[in-house]
Design a protein around this ligand. Structure first.
Ligand code: ADE
Ligand code: ZN
Length: 335
């Protein structure tokens, strides 16, 4: 099953580029930029990755991104991620970034997006990995801050496919951002939002009704609401599920209790993603292998997960057909 997963062509649709910051690279860039990290070594930083909820992780995640200053830093970060997922046979990626996590520290929007974009262009040429960039608003900040960020993004609109919503979910409902998401929609961005990771099913309903999302990032707590499950199935709203993230952030106690298999069997359009792989212990294949080991999904469900990824991606029809055909060719031989 491991080799079936390794060879399976995949798309990653829920990935925070700042969450791919491996300790080794973090120390290297910190040294290059003359910044001192509050950890003595790679090992002591690793030891801090012991989270009991989302906020524990976010505190360390924001601290880590503080060492990113130059376009080269963002290039190196993105390049390192792309090399990892190329080895996992990931064929398309949609990358989140948190502009406010950088502009609030005096790093220009242009510096961030150009560094990320340059690495993506190179990976397209070198690895035939297609990609999109999605900027996320930090939901612990106010809506005006998100609106200023949307304005700052205007000159880079040609590089940004969509707008999302991340950071501390509890107490920060989608409703808080309904005006800025209406503006983003009018400007033609794709719309996604984190919802139902720690927040109640009501937050998923708000993301659908008020933000008018095309996909839900996470969506775990939908399983508490039968009517919502039915709606998500009827409307075939993709859920970008992140198993190892859910485990590390104690959204589930263990992967055997993860709802992924039930989600699939109920007809929800779920995909598998790594979220913040440097912090959660694994990239795409590690996530697939961990859920297969815990839930015995079998090849057909694994194939369905891969197919859902290509179907839910913000790509044009030509690229979608190309990737689905590649998947079909693989399944013809290996299923
Ligand atoms: N930012 C980075 N990873 C996140 C997650 N899993 N939930 C919310 N915000 C995040
Ligand atoms: Zn996320």
């Amino acid at each position: 099953m491991k080799s079936f997963i390794e060879g399976l062509p995949k798309a990653e649709l829920h990935l925070h580029i700042e969450g791919t910051f491996e300790p080794e690279l973090m120390f290297k860039i910190a040294t290059r930029n003359g910044i001192e990290l509050p950890y003595e070594s790679v090992e002591s930083l690793h030891k801090a990755y012991d989270f009991s909820e989302l906020q524990d992780f976010l505190d360390i995640y924001y601290q880590g991104m503080n060492v990113l200053l130059t376009e080269q830093d963002f290039f190196d970060l993105t390049r390192a991620y792309l090399i990892k997922v190329h080895a996992d046979n990931v064929r398309h990626v949609e990358i989140f970034f948190d502009p406010q996590g950088h502009t609030s520290r005096g790093v220009e929007f242009a510096t961030v997006i150009h560094g990320i974009h340059r690495a993506l262009v190179q990976a397209e040429a070198e690895f035939d990995i297609s990609s999109k960039i999605i900027m996320c608003f930090l939901r612990h900040l106010d809506e005006e801050d998100a609106q200023r960020t949307l304005q700052a993004a205007a000159e880079f609109k040609h590089l940004i496919a969509g707008v999302g919503l991340d950071s501390s979910e509890s107490g920060n409902p989608p409703e808080k951002f309904k005006r800025v998401f209406a503006q983003a929609r009018e400007q033609g961005y794709h719309i996604v939002a984190h919802a139902g990771e720690e927040g109640p099913p009501e937050y998923i309903i708000q993301a659908l009704d008020l933000l008018k999302v095309e996909r839900i990032d996470h969506g775990n707590t939908a399983m508490q609401d039968a009517a919502l499950i039915e709606r998500l199935v009827d409307e075939q709203i993709p859920l970008t599920v992140c198993p190892l993230s859910n485990l590390k952030l104690c959204v589930v106690d263990n992967l055997a209790q993860h709802p992924l298999r039930e989600m699939l069997d109920r007809g929800l359009r779920v995909t598998i993603n790594s979220d913040d792989p440097a912090y959660f212990g694994g990239y795409m294949n590690a996530n697939f292998i961990a859920v297969e080991n815990a839930l015995s999904l079998g090849k057909n469900r694994l194939a369905r997960l891969a197919r859902n990824g290509f179907e839910a991606a913000f790509i044009d029809d030509a690229r979608r057909q190309e990737l689905l055909a590649e998947l079909d060719r693989y399944l013809e031989v290996h299923l």
